[in-house]
Ligand binder design. Structure first.
Ligand code: ASP
Ligand code: MG
Length: 405
């Protein structure tokens, strides 16, 4: 019997009516002759509500307690879903992460999964019971509750699908899949019926918020076919699969916009071996990720060193860099958080020369200045002034002929 893991996001679980409707979908899947394992997120807004509550009591919330608190959101959803299924005459049992147990490392609020035994779930499936697993959570080596980072229920679902060797992992969300651009920004954005894991990884990492990036990494690693579907009954959906299965022939499959970036420049640094290390090491120590890095050609022994990082990390990075500037004798530090990263993504970028030129020309035609450029095998990204972000998305969407046909 085919086994399906179905994950329902918070927007599909906003009220008891929503939960009842989802229970109906699960019942229908069972009737079609599938085995089903359900993974749920917290009800809509619940995680944010709990975070705000915690902040009212402690501005520096202890991570262990935050995880203990946040995990309750998913636990409530799981119990409620099991009740709703029972009221339809189906046998169902809810599970918190620690009941499986889904084991993670010790990193509170962004734990990684180490081990996921399936004994409990197999036993239920054999007895025709639907397991309903609380997403986003696990337990560390000390027996403490951990969480997997925002959006982590996606990762729970894919990890379960991999461990159970499910035929497919269906992610039910408030959109009906992946588009060539954010339809709120670009009205002519086109729905994509298939994208590759690689493309989705770039899209998740660059501001397309459909899936937690870690879940796509896991799906790729264990070759779990992922299906993104709307919980509001649209008949469209997007498959995330291996390259060979992808039928999209476009050079570029999508344009993304990331506003969550900031730029730091160290001006007039003596150009000598070890400078990049001296500048970036304190950031790495503070767990701050650096993305694009540019060092200018040096003039008379001096150079400028610029990099981007997440906007959230800017307040933490700035003082560290001020200190470094003093140590290495740099003239000044400049911070800029009014930037955005616009990217063109597609497996065709590998084999089609000229994609970059087309992108730069399209931006130039609109007088949008490119501040930094970076490329990967399947992506070209430009840093631009943030006020031109949406315009850039639309211009590039046209330049690569992505509009609806
Ligand atoms: N409830 C958690 C969040 O809001 C996890 C999830 O929804 O996947 O981030
Ligand atoms: Mg989500």
């Amino acid at each position: 019997m085919p086994l399906i893991v179905q994950k329902y996001g918070g927007s599909s679980l906003a009220t008891s009516d929503h939960i009842r409707r989802v229970a109906g979908t699960i019942a229908a899947t069972k009737r079609e002759g599938h085995q089903v394992v359900v993974v749920v997120s917290a009800m809509r807004g619940e995680t944010d509500r709990l975070i705000a509550l915690a902040a009212e009591l402690n501005s520096d919330t202890p991570a262990r307690e935050l995880d203990a608190l946040l995990a309750t959101g998913e636990q409530a959803s799981a119990a409620l879903m099991a009740m709703a299924l029972a009221s339809l005459g189906l046998r169902a049992r809810s599970y918190a992460g620690l009941q499986l147990p889904l084991r993670t490392d010790a990193n509170h609020t962004r734990a990684r999964i180490i081990d996921l035994p399936t004994g409990v779930l197999r036993r239920d499936l054999d007895q025709n019971i639907i397991p309903v697993v609380a997403g986003f959570q696990g337990v560390n080596g000390n027996g403490d509750i951990t969480t997997l980072g925002r959006g982590g229920s996606d990762t729970t679902a894919v990890a379960l699908a991999a461990a159970l060797q499910a035929d497919v992992c269906e992610i039910y969300t408030d959109v009906d899949g992946v588009y060539t651009a954010d339809p709120n920004i670009c009205p002519s954005a086109r729905h994509l019926s298939k994208v590759t894991y690689e493309e989705m990884l770039e899209m998740s990492g660059l501001g397309a918020k459909v899936l937690q990036i870690r879940s796509v990494e896991l799906a790729q690693k264990y070759r779990v076919p992922l299906l993104v579907k709307s919980s509001y009954g649209s008949d469209k959906c997007t498959w995330i699969v291996e390259e060979a299965e992808s039928m999209e022939s476009a050079v570029v499959s999508g344009i993304t916009l990331d506003r969550g970036v900031a730029k730091l420049s160290v001006i007039h640094v003596p150009d000598r071996p070890g400078i990049a290390y001296q500048i970036l090491a304190p950031l790495a120590e503070a767990q701050i990720n650096v993305d694009m890095v540019i060092q200018n050609a040096s003039i008379e022994g001096y150079t400028d060193f610029t990099f981007t990082l997440s906007k959230e990390d800017l307040p933490k990075a700035r003082p560290l860099l001020d200190q470094v500037a003093e140590e290495i004798g740099a003239r000044e530090i400049r911070a800029d958080d009014s930037i955005a990263k616009v990217s063109a993504i597609g497996i065709g970028v590998k084999n089609h020369p000229g994609v970059a030129a087309r992108m730069f020309k399209a931006l130039a035609d609109e007088n949008i200045n490119i501040q930094m450029i970076s490329t990967s095998e399947i992506r070209i990204s430009c840093i631009i002034e943030s006020k031109y972000g949406e315009l850039a998305v639309r211009v590039l969407h046209d330049a690569f002929d992505l509009q609806q046909r």
